[in-house]
Design a protein around this ligand. Structure first.
Ligand code: ES4
Ligand code: ZN
Length: 327
């Protein structure tokens, strides 16, 4: 069976990866020591043992705690570089990386420190690994829209270092409508727009992300399968869904990968592809997501593998000319 080899070696894009979610326990401890930050876990093993999540919030609490070791530009560089080396080794040729500036600026880390550290890693990845890497600035939806607006303005001196904005963190109780003004402002600035929707929240949040935030992609979107009219609309508009199967499994969105919505999304003609979301926390990077899905889902074969890779390029924010080099 040559399918696993195909999955590993085919060129692909990754469009849904939170860089803070790529921070491995070993690097958390190394940075804690380097920066003199106290951790509430005695060892790497104890921290990893705490990665037993029941829902999105139980994960976010430990994810924000892990990010507290990031203080200096070098820390952000080291975190991103570690991810980019792994991505290149998995035949990811293009990646669009989420970062959460508010997680850092709220602790007194300057915006410049965050953006320059990440940007320099992306620049080096292009030069040394031949990997195209772009940044997407995410707003934390559990915070206010005023905070999101101030964050966007604070990032504008580095406007050319990110290609778009996203919306992440606790979904339930924080509908897309809450961020209508900041997404409109991002649109005026010529930034791409994406949002997490239909991960834990209802399909109505997917609809309002489209209608109110004018997003060009939906992150997760798996609960769209509960609304047949929405499924038809997503297919008709070729609206991409950045699906993260191991994330949904670890956060108990599905009981088993065999129950995951991916085969339904593909058979309905949706532009879905696979992504790792928070690989250090959810049990694997992009190829682990591919391998686990193709192992668990009998409907997936070589045809679907090519389709997922093709969708990853179609849904990316790179030019058609650039895409032609990879496909
Ligand atoms: C996230 Cl899995 C997930 N969902 C929402 N927000 C996030 N931030 C990092 N990972
Ligand atoms: Zn995510």
């Amino acid at each position: 069976d040559r399918l696993p080899a195909l999955l590993r070696t085919m060129p692909k894009a990754e469009l849904h990866i939170h860089i803070e979610g790529s921070l491995e326990p070993e690097l958390i401890f190394k940075l804690a020591q380097r920066n003199g930050v106290a951790l509430s876990y005695p060892s790497v093993e104890a921290l990893r043992a705490a990665y037993a999540f029941t829902d999105l919030q139980s994960f976010l609490d430990i994810y924000y705690a892990g990010a507290s070791v990031l203080l200096k530009e070098q820390d952000f560089f080291d975190m991103a570089w570690a991810y980019l080396e792994k991505a290149a080794a998995e035949n990811v040729v293009h990646t669009e990386i989420f970062f959460d500036p508010q997680t850092h600026t709220a602790r007194g880390v300057p915006m410049q420190t965050v953006i320059l550290g990440l940007h320099h890693a992306c620049q080096r990845a292009h030069q040394e690994l031949g990997l195209s890497a772009k940044l997407i600035l995410c707003f934390l939806r559990h915070l206010s829209e005023e905070d999101a607006l101030a964050t966007l303005e604070a990032a504008l001196p580095w406007r050319e270092y990110f290609i778009g904005v996203g919306l992440d963190s606790s979904e339930r109780g924080h509908p897309p409508e809450k961020f209508a003004r900041v997404f409109a402002r991002a649109g005026e600035l010529g930034l791409h727009r994406v949002a997490h929707a239909g991960e834990e929240g209802p399909p109505a949040y997917v609809t309002s992300a489209l209608d109110v935030l004018k997003v060009e992609r939906i992150d997760h979107g798996v609960r769209s399968v509960e609304d047949p009219a929405l499924m038809d609309r997503l297919a008709a508009e070729r609206m991409p869904l950045t699906v993260c199967p191991l994330s949904n499994l670890k956060l108990c969105g599905v009981k088993d990968l065999a129950d995951h919505q991916l085969p339904q999304l593909l058979s309905h003609g949706l532009v879905a592809m696979l992504n790792s979301d928070d690989p250090a926390y959810f049990g694997g990077y992009l190829n682990a997501n591919y391998l686990a899905c193709f192992e668990a889902m009998p409907a997936l074969g070589a045809k679907q593998a090519y389709m997922l890779a093709r969708n990853s390029f179609e849904a990316s924010f790179v030019s058609a000319a650039q895409r032609a080099q990879w496909q």
